[in-house]
Design a protein around this ligand. Structure first.
Ligand code: ADP
Ligand code: MG
Length: 260
């Protein structure tokens, strides 16, 4: 059948049925993590790319428990994305969901993960990173995006520079629109571990996770994290309280690492 030929033979694992629709262009595997895989594909229109997040069955888990966990996580991620979207935070739109089959079809976010944008920028800069306005402004946009998410009562659970995209406002066309590689809006992605919370402690932990991830992913740019926190501070009313808590969370982290 033609539908089967559309699926690359190189895939050694079963694809969810939705990727076998004849209308889909051959899905491209973007990442394969511990929990799931992300494909770039199309769904409703052949020229509208989308991201298919698929959590395949885990053979080492009890099948009924596995199904329940997968369903729960897919539904939870979709609900949180829908809520963020409704409340005006820039996240991928949910196009379709089949929680029983274990997949979520999302708007494709153009651009690059913030991790890549920062590393590209660092590669072209030799000194004065702490005074680099382009990078500092990017950090401030990140701080405001996280602040807005927290203001909406959502904590992310896995904040890293890989779970934020930097998406150009106008697609780089052939009209010669010269745009700065660090321009664009921050789109928070991967809300698979997110939950509803308005606790300052939970918010502080979210920031701490990001701070640690940032320091290990971009050691040369560590000095810029203060700009993110500064912008976060001004992004919603309760932010200064969460930042105060961050100091306690850091202290506990330090004590823990001293104990080994
Ligand atoms: N909606 C999207 N549009 C474009 N790229 C995406 C999208 N969602 C995820 N990605 C890319 O795929 C990677 C993995 O997706 P993610 O949702 O973070 O899943 P994981 O749980 O495997 O980390 C991201 O770091 C990003 O590069
Ligand atoms: Mg991720």
């Amino acid at each position: 059948m033609a539908a089967e030929e559309a699926v690359p033979a190189a895939h050694e694992f079963p694809l969810p049925k939705v990727l076998e629709y004849p209308a889909s262009t051959p899905p491209k595997l973007i990442t394969q993590g511990a929990e799931g895989r992300l494909y770039k594909t199309t769904y409703l229109l052949p020229d509208v790319p989308c991201a298919l997040k698929y959590r395949p069955p885990k053979p080492w888990r009890h099948p009924i428990l596995d199904q329940r966990l997968t369903r729960h996580r897919i539904l939870s991620e979709a609900r949180i994305l829908a809520k963020c979207r409704r409340d005006g935070l820039r996240v991928p739109t949910v196009y379709a969901i089949d929680e029983a089959a274990g997949w979520l079809m999302l708007e494709w976010i153009h651009g690059v993960p913030v991790r890549v944008a920062i590393n590209n920028a660092l590669g072209t800069r030799t000194e004065g990173i702490d005074r680099d306005e382009g990078l500092k402004d990017l950090m401030r946009r990140m701080g405001r995006a996280v602040g807005k998410m927290h203001q909406l009562g959502i904590v992310h659970g896995d904040l890293t520079t890989s779970n934020m995209m930097l998406s150009p406002l106008q697609p780089a066309g052939d009209a010669g629109v010269a745009h700065e590689p660090l321009d664009g809006e921050i789109v928070i992605i991967d809300l698979g571990l997110a939950s509803g919370s308005i606790s300052d402690e939970d918010r502080a932990v979210d920031l701490y996770v990001l701070e640690r991830a940032f320091g290990s992913t971009h050691p040369r740019a560590e000095c810029l994290f203060a700009d993110l926190l500064e912008a976060y501070k001004g992004s919603y009313k309760q932010a200064p309280v969460a930042l105060k808590k961050l100091e306690d969370v850091r202290m506990r982290g330090r004590k823990r690492s001293m104990l080994g």
